[in-house]
Design a protein around this ligand. Structure first.
Ligand code: PCO
Length: 207
């Protein structure tokens, strides 16, 4: 199981350059219920290959059978690496991805990333991230959490690393609060990602 698992990653690494590899990180905000829709919309983009890395808490909010692409979990990291010669999943994933988008980014994972904590597969990918590659994040949390002063500090910290914020929006949240904290709309997220796709090469031959 593990070899085809990694070999598919490795083959992707050497796949024809036409493929733009998008890794979606999903965390424990209720906005994670949008994951199936986000993935299906991203797959509509030309030449895009999508994989997902989930945290344990995110699993409460979506059904994996509604997601048509591979979802990597913390368990996969430990099943894959049992001896020195085994590949390290978070390193294979940081090599594989051309772009990482964390949607939604919950308050907990925001805090971890802002401080370099890497205690699960997703935060290990982020901790090992090649900052010359785009990392986009979509904060989503209760309005009271969003308004706490530590949030602005941590969001600006991520931006100092060069990560790109896709700002949260004001909505009537599922808990009844009205205000900022809702994840950006999927259409907004997809249009952000679209900006990073390789430009189609103008054909030099005159037809
Ligand atoms: C879930 C969705 C997308 C429905 O429109 C929206 O409410 C949202 O993004 N909420 C995320 C904010 C959150 O995590 N609230 C947690 C407690 S209020």
């Amino acid at each position: 199981q593990s070899d085809d698992f990694v070999s598919s990653l490795k083959t992707d690494l050497f796949k024809s350059s036409g493929t733009f590899r998008v890794l979606v990180g999903v965390t424990g905000s209720v906005a994670a219920l949008k994951l199936p829709f986000l993935v299906s919309e991203l797959l509509q983009l030309p030449g895009v290959d999508v994989r997902v890395v989930t945290t344990e808490h995110a699993k409460h909010f979506y059904n994996p059978s509604d997601v048509s692409v591979k979802i990597y979990t913390d368990k996969d990291e430990w099943e894959l690496w049992t001896q020195r010669s085994d590949p390290v999943l978070h390193i294979e994933l940081r090599r594989w991805a051309d772009l990482l988008i964390i949607a939604p980014l919950d308050a907990n994972t925001l805090g971890k990333i802002a401080n370099g904590i890497c205690d699960n597969l997703l935060t290990c990918v982020v901790r090992a991230w090649d900052t010359s590659r785009p990392l986009l994040f979509c904060p989503a949390m209760n309005t009271a959490m969003w308004l706490h002063p530590i949030t602005a500090q941590q969001v600006s910290g991520l931006k100092e690393f060069g990560y790109v914020e896709i700002p949260c929006i004001a909505k009537k949240l599922v808990c009844g609060d009205e205000g900022k904290g809702a994840m950006a709309e999927v259409s907004t997220i997809v249009s952000f990602v679209r900006q990073y796709l390789p430009k189609p090469v103008e054909s030099s031959q005159k037809t």
